[in-house]
Design a protein around this ligand. Structure first.
Ligand code: FES
Length: 173
């Protein structure tokens, strides 16, 4: 199906991106005599404010694909139907997460039955109802949750991120 092809494509791209990242890392290691100028410890820099959707676009427990803070960072926007950690909107139930697994960057899928994000790579699981906490797995951090704001028209904006998105030295380059 088209969906399968798309997922295969995403996997292939992530594989290639992972390879490029490793090469860049190796190259950087050979020139480490230069004084550090960047601030890699500061994972949260200036985030853009990006409109993702309107509340009226959302159906409970049906994730909407988003990209934040840029097109290389896929995620989901999700209305859970009950107030949760980091939830916004009149019901406090709208959240958004990266769908790049913090372990090695595989593309997570949403399980509507238990409201978790699941990795086909090495089977890490993250809880969408408690801020992306890892339920089980290999990652050394929870799933990045995007900080949301809703304006008086019901437009939902992403304006930050809780943790480092996979593959990045900082979330905003
Ligand atoms: Fe997700 Fe390894 S990439 S568990």
């Amino acid at each position: 199906s088209n969906k399968c092809n798309r997922l295969v494509d995403v996997g292939r791209r992530q594989f290639m991106r992972g390879g490029a990242f490793a090469v860049a890392g190796a190259a950087a290691a050979t020139v480490s005599n230069a004084p550090a100028q960047a601030s890699p410890a500061n994972a949260q820099l200036d985030y853009p404010s990006n409109r993702l959707a309107n509340i009226a676009d959302l159906t409970i427990n049906e994730p909407v694909d988003i990209e934040y803070p840029d097109a290389e960072s896929p995620g989901i926007l999700l209305k859970l139907g009950q107030a949760v950690e980091g939830g916004v909107g009149p019901d406090g139930d709208i959240v958004a997460y990266s769908v790049l697994c913090p372990h090695k960057g595989w593309y997570l899928t949403y399980n509507a039955e238990d409201r978790s994000l699941n990795c086909p790579g090495h089977f890490s699981r993250f809880d969408a109802e408690v801020g992306g906490q890892q339920i089980w797995g290999h990652a050394t951090q929870n799933l990045p949750q995007f900080t949301l704001r809703v304006d008086d028209k019901g437009d939902i904006y992403a304006e930050g991120c809780s943790d480092l998105i996979f593959g990045r030295p900082s979330n905003v380059l």
